[in-house]
Design a protein around this ligand. Structure first.
Ligand code: ADP
Ligand code: ZN
Length: 729
């Protein structure tokens, strides 16, 4: 079959519209290629699509319309079409939604032209207003990115006349720029750092696969600070030397300018970026340049996997265990698994880097499916901190207090030595529960089956499920009693209050994502802490990732048991990973660190494994338990959540589905539920969950599709199918 369709022949076009069919059109003047990005009429509208194959011709020929035009972009490659198809089959997502992921760049149909972009000028405005300051801050935050007038005004929340005023003053400069400039050349021959012996061995192992230009996955394991980034940047260099492209995936929160600076230091220029913080203009530029091969390296969040690479040779998934790689909204995919799929289709290498790999990856390495490369030591003198449990059953603590006497002494010793301590608690806000002492009512969200969390800093209650907030009431909304509401349990703000009271002379800094208005303010705070401007850092999960605090020598985990409760099958794994990561913050420079874990269950196997640092023992025990239970990665699971504003409807339909599950029974799967989902109501929708469990290797997707396909659902009902669910809410 030729890949070219002559003018007037029928072609099948897949569009991003939710019609789950490839539609027939006539090829336009000049014909079109298989994979071409095209604009087609659909009803009264024009939409973008991709030529997916020859037309079916099963539709009234006289009614078939012509493709309007072919867009100025190389046709989608066969491997990309295959990737979208396979990903769609795996995640049971309609092809139209998959294609939308692959077309997340606005204005692809626009012709190339000149436009104006705005940059920071050399002059400061004589008079600074709030609005002007916001514009200059935006430019300082994202200085390497190009803004159009509209984008700059919107990002700074000002009118475009404010920007124009700054242009007149010379504080902002307007430049004519061709659209979609290629990215600057990255030079792999610039000298990198001299690698340690351990690191050189790791790189050698990676080079083997890269040289073959074939598929392979390597688990690159090493504690934080062991030089994983250093090693994989050399692997990137190797791929660039071959003239192929590389992609580095990071959890969104780790996509810092610190990382981009590091890439620039190594290769002499900044890479292309792809994440929620870039402008629409940059989005379009990256999409186009990746397709033309004019972006050698992309650093991005998970959806960067769906860019149209021309010649992809390597995908790095840094912090591969991070739960944020699992998309929990819309298309439910795990970027780590999709990276492996994509690489296997294009003959690329994958590096999964982590200090605390997921059990999935650990098991694949054990089974020999992945190569395993380990960096044993931290680079330089620093060591993994010593870890010790604090047995909370024998500590004397007043109610409403969370810092044990033992931890308190350790912090005092650090303050005296001029070193920093981190107190870690994985809970935002002041207190997780607001209780009425008169009637026992706990204030909940009006729309969700969740408690409202007090945020004293904002003087509001907030639902962490839907984001709804309301002012902190003074009377109980349930019984009307006055001044009887009290905070129960610790949050990061409350812990800070306690620390200030306990250590009145210490400088206390709080790091929690919701306390900072902008990424810039947060970054400034992190830099100040790193420079030693705090004695005690109180932090949430935010601090577990990537930041380097050289003066930090003590980590105190306030509630190490938190993650062990609950029914999540990955609870133990998560607690293990989080505790090790947090502990890894201590002692990064020359000074050795110590991590103290407050726990009520020091004899719990997970706690013992964390404290002893015996990772292999932990993984082996955890693997054994999951294998015995037949759960992932030793069995397959899928979660089906039905939701509707009507509680009766959702239970009726779920019951009907459970009674008619023959396709699941054919593959020997087990069906659990229906049961109210752990969060039984979100944003006013009642949620019911069914859980499917099958043995490893069972064709679970096919069975699910056949099963769900039997039913006709009312419009009010939503069905979300989650293959390999990560969270169970
Ligand atoms: P990881 O990614 O495992 O956390 P990094 O690659 O970030 O580790 O290395 C930790 C720190 O040590 C970084 O500041 C890095 O620049 C430095 N480092 C690692 N390896 C070397 C090396 N071979 N030469 C010089 N500095 C190194
Ligand atoms: Zn809510």
């Amino acid at each position: 079959m030729s890949d070219h369709f002559a003018e007037g022949t029928l072609v099948g076009v897949l569009t991003t519209q939710p019609i789950d069919r490839v539609l027939d059109y006539k090829a336009p003047e000049g014909g079109c290629w298989l994979g071409a990005y095209v604009e087609v009429p659909l009803g009264p509208r024009k939409v973008i699509g991709v030529v997916w194959g020859p037309g079916k011709g099963d539709y009234d020929l006289s009614k078939i319309r012509s493709v309007i035009r072919v867009l100025d972009a190389p046709p989608m490659r066969e491997e990309m079409r295959e990737f979208l198809t396979k990903a769609s089959e795996y995640t049971l997502t309609p092809m139209s939604s998959m294609l939308r992921l692959g077309l997340r760049a606005p204005g692809l149909g626009d012709p190339p032209s000149m436009r104006h972009v705005y940059r920071r000028g050399a002059v400061d405005p004589d008079r600074m207003t709030d609005a002007r300051k916001r514009v200059l801050d935006t430019l300082a935050d994202y200085g390497s990115l190009a803004f159009t007038l509209k984008e700059l005004a919107e990002a700074s929340d000002v009118t475009s006349s404010v920007v124009k005023g700054l242009v007149k003053l010379g504080a902002v400069v307007e430049e004519a720029s061709p659209r979609d400039l290629p990215f600057p050349h990255l030079d792999p021959e610039r000298p990198g750092k001299a690698l340690s012996e351990d690191q050189s061995h790791a790189l050698e192992a990676l080079r083997g696969g890269i040289a073959e230009q074939d598929y392979g996955t390597t688990l690159l394991k090493g504690v934080t600070g062991s030089g994983k980034t250093e090693v994989y940047l050399e692997a990137v260099a190797e791929v660039l030397r071959q003239g192929r492209q590389a992609l580095v995936l990071l959890p969104e929160i780790a996509l810092t300018s610190e990382f981009l600076d590091r890439v620039e230091a190594r290769f002499g220029a900044r890479p292309a970026e792809w994440h929620s913080g870039i402008t629409m203009t940059e989005r379009r530029r990256t999409w186009k340049m990746v397709g033309q091969g004019a972006a050698q390296l992309v650093v991005g969040a998970r959806s960067a996997l769906f860019l149209p690479y021309r010649n992809l040779g390597l995908i790095v998934v840094d912090e591969e265990h991070d739960t944020s790689y699992k998309q929990e909204d819309g298309v439910l995919y795990n970027a780590r698994d999709m990276a492996v799929l994509r690489a296997s289709l294009v003959g690329a290498q994958v590096i999964l880097a982590s200090a605390t790999p997921s059990l999935e990856s650990w098991t694949n390495a054990e089974a020999g499916k992945y190569q395993r490369v380990t960096l044993n030591a931290r680079f330089g003198a620093s060591q993994m901190p010593e870890m010790r449990p604090i047995d909370m059953r024998s500590e004397k603590l007043e109610s409403g207090r969370w810092i044990s006497p033992t931890l308190r002494k350790a912090v005092e010793a650090r303050i005296e030595a001029g070193e920093q301590s981190l107190l870690f608690i994985n809970r935002r806000g002041y207190a997780p529960i607001t209780l009425c002492r008169a009637c026992g009512n706990q204030i909940g969200c009006d729309h969700c089956d969740a408690r409202m969390v007090e945020h004293r800093f904002l003087k509001r209650l907030m639902c962490h499920q839907c984001g709804e907030t309301k002012p902190m009431p003074t009377v109980c909304p349930s019984c009307g009693a006055e001044d009887r509401l009290s905070a129960v349990g610790p949050g990061v703000e409350r812990l800070a209050e306690e620390a200030v009271a306990l250590f009145p002379d210490a400088r206390v800094a709080v790091l929690s994502s919701d306390l900072y208005g902008s990424a810039r303010a947060l970054k400034a705070q992190i830099e100040a802490i790193a420079a030693g401007e705090a004695d005690i850092v109180i932090g949430t999960q935010l601090v577990a990732k990537g930041h380097n605090f050289p003066l930090l020598t003590l980590v105190g985990v306030i509630d190490a048991d938190l993650g062990l409760q609950g029914s999540d099958l990955r609870a133990a794994e998560r607690t293990f990973q989080l505790m090790r990561q947090v502990a890894g913050r201590a002692g990064r420079a020359e000074k050795p660190g110590v991590a103290l874990l407050q726990t009520h269950q020091p004899e719990h196997p997970v706690m013992r494994a964390i404290v002893s640092g015996d990772e292999e023992a932990f993984w082996a025990a955890e693997a054994q338990e999951r294998e015995a239970a037949g759960v992932p990665p030793f069995g397959r699971m899928a979660g089906i959540v039905l939701s509707s504003p009507n509680v009766q409807e959702v239970f009726d339909i779920a019951g009907d589905m459970a009674r008619n599950a023959a396709p699941l029974m054919h593959i020997g799967a087990e069906l659990y539920g229906p049961a109210p989902a752990p969060i039984a109501r979100i944003r006013g929708r009642h949620r019911v969950r069914l859980l499917v469990k099958a043995r490893k290797g069972a064709p679970i997707q096919r069975a699910l599709a056949a099963w769900v396909g039997q039913f006709k659902f009312p419009n009010t009902l939503r069905v979300a199918i989650d293959i390999d669910p990560q969270s169970f809410y």
